[in-house]
Design a protein around this ligand. Structure first.
Ligand code: ATP
Ligand code: MG
Length: 504
């Protein structure tokens, strides 16, 4: 037997209209972390779903621990020690943490569910991972990041020896990412083989031993991480050099577009004052959970306001619901694409058309198909969405391409202010640059751009002004020239020490 615990050779897989995998090979050793990299739609998730029995390959060979496998289904794969933490979390939010961990593998006693044993086991596994969550908590009541941790616990409870993590850090805080890396190192030391998929290339150096790179469904290269460079990795992923990762443009600051005065909404939005001018991009920086998303939701009218005034182009406007906001030309590209941004069962065309029906319908309220087609084509092309056609189910797009549709549908209409919440989450390096160019275009057109980002390089690289948020308040403002990572972090933890002492 070779020392590979996974060997995949000449794998082909097509979906209607797409060659998702075209002669791909892959391998993994025990006790290593293999990064699987590639642009959005390259086929990473598909390849791993073939390994986990979620998809059946069209042809090719797969060996797990040296044993050739045919017609693998997810239960068999699990039985062989393969577990996958999926890109889009798919757990039951109405069940408890313990119930989720043991879903499908419930512990029974005398033909009945042994809730106590499951709770106890769940507690042990969570403790092993250093996660403080009560196993009885209903999953939907905890943050997405904690849910992600529960998903990892679930994989470990199944004694996985081959663990696939598909973008595990996209919703985690810096501290949680550190915890996750500690877990990964521990599992590696215990002999687990780990496949690590991520678009956050700067994390690779902390944990990765080897990298496999795919492009457009093809295998490109496989190498030791130590023998390659970030530039090489990127050019292998994209097929060309990317010279400018943050294409910042300087514009003349114009008139004031939006002002927010003393905005309060619930616990997480406290006395917010902010101004947005034409010709600038403003970032809301801060730690995960600081209240940045809540600020954007309150402005946009999703969450009720407890008070405050919003002025657009010098006129006070009332925003009580998102419809009001959209009517005034203030749009929000939300953070959680699956929940708030996309109708996964509708087509790409329908997703783009939906918020823009006012533009594409004629006066009698009937959809003008030509206008609709033009809008869809333009949106899809300007963001290079990788799709088999506009009628494709939006849910079948790769994760990053779904994000592009969420962004694109709002850019299809003329707006005064565009608010982006984590616009590049899960998006590959090249597409990130495309989104930055779009933000720049908006800026040049004199549209106000406000964005939330947890990625420090992105905050520093694209913003003209940075507002730092901590515990629902704006704790400081920095211009692009004076801002540094240290200064932002200092403002971002302004109340943290008090919180720890329970003063809040
Ligand atoms: N169930 C499906 N039906 C139709 N097409 C699919 C399906 N699943 C994946 N595809 C297509 O296969 C291709 C590869 O998708 P995949 O999800 O593997 O990409 P990825 O590398 O994981 O991208 P990302 O980084 O955006 O997650 C894409 O073109 C995608 O649209
Ligand atoms: Mg994917």
């Amino acid at each position: 037997m070779s020392d590979y615990i996974v060997e995949m050779d000449s794998i082909f897989k097509t979906f209607p209209g797409v060659n998702a995998l075209d002669n791909v090979s892959f391998n993994l050793r025990a006790g290593e972390v293999m990064a699987l990299l590639g642009e959005n739609g390259a086929g990473k998730s598909t390849l791993m779903k073939v390994l986990c029995g979620v998809y059946q390959r069209d042809s090719g060979t797969v060996k797990i621990f040296g044993t050739p496998v045919e017609n693998l289904d997810p239960t068999q794969a699990q039985g062989m020690g393969v577990a996958m933490i999926h890109q889009e979390l798919n757990m039951c939010t109405h069940l408890t943490v313990a119930q989720n961990i043991f879903l499908g593998r419930e512990i029974t006693r005398g033909g009945r569910l042994d809730e106590r044993a499951m709770r106890q086991r769940a507690r042990e596994i969570l403790a092993r991972l250093n996660i403080e969550i009560d196993p009885d908590t209903v999953l939907g009541d905890i943050s997405v990041s904690k849910q992600q941790m529960v998903e990892i616990a679930k994989a470990l409870s199944a004694n996985a020896k081959i663990l696939v993590m598909d973008e595990p850090t996209s919703a985690l805080t810096a501290k949680e990412i550190d915890d996750l890396f500690a877990i990964i190192r521990k599992l590696r030391a215990e002999g687990c083989g780990i496949v690590y998929i991520s678009h956050r290339l700067d994390e690779l150096k902390h944990i990765v031993d080897r990298v496999t790179i795919m492009r457009d469904g093809h295998f490109i290269t496989r190498t030791n991480f130590a023998d390659t460079s970030m530039d090489q990795i990127i050019s292998n992923m994209v097929g060309r050099e990317i010279t400018e990762k943050f294409p910042h443009v300087q514009c003349e600051r114009g008139a004031k577009i939006l002002t927010v005065r003393n905005l309060n909404a619930g616990k997480m939005v406290r006395h917010i004052d902010l101004d947005l001018y034409a010709g600038e991009i403003v970032a809301l920086a801060g730690l995960m959970g600081a209240g940045r998303t809540e600020i954007t939701r309150a402005i946009f009218g999703i969450d009720p306001k407890d008070g405050g005034e919003i002025t657009l182009d010098g006129k006070v406007i009332q925003i009580n619901r998102p419809e009001d906001s959209i009517r005034h030309g203030v749009v929000l590209v939300p953070e959680d694409r699956k929940k708030d941004g996309l109708c996964t069962r509708l087509s790409i065309r329908e997703n783009i058309a939906l918020p823009n029906l006012d533009i594409i319908c004629d006066r009698t309220g009937v959809v003008n198909r030509r206008r609709e087609r033009e809008m869809v084509t333009k949106t899809v092309e300007s963001l290079s969405v990788k799709l088999s056609g506009p009628e494709m189910n939006a849910g079948n797009l790769s994760g990053g391409n779904q994000q592009k549709v969420v962004v694109g549908k709002w850019l299809a209409r003329t707006s005064r202010v565009v608010i982006f919440d984590e616009p590049t989450r899960g998006i590959d390096v090249a597409a990130k640059v495309e989104i930055y160019h779009l933000m720049n275009d908006l800026k040049r057109q004199g549209i106000g751009v406000l964005y939330v980002s947890s990625e420090m390089p992105e905050v520093l690289g694209m913003a003209d002004r940075i507002l730092v948020v901590c515990e629902g308040r704006i704790t400081g403002e920095l211009t692009a020239t004076e801002a540094t990572q240290e200064k932002i972090l200092e403002l971002a933890v302004r109340f943290e020490s008090k919180l720890e002492r329970g003063v809040a």
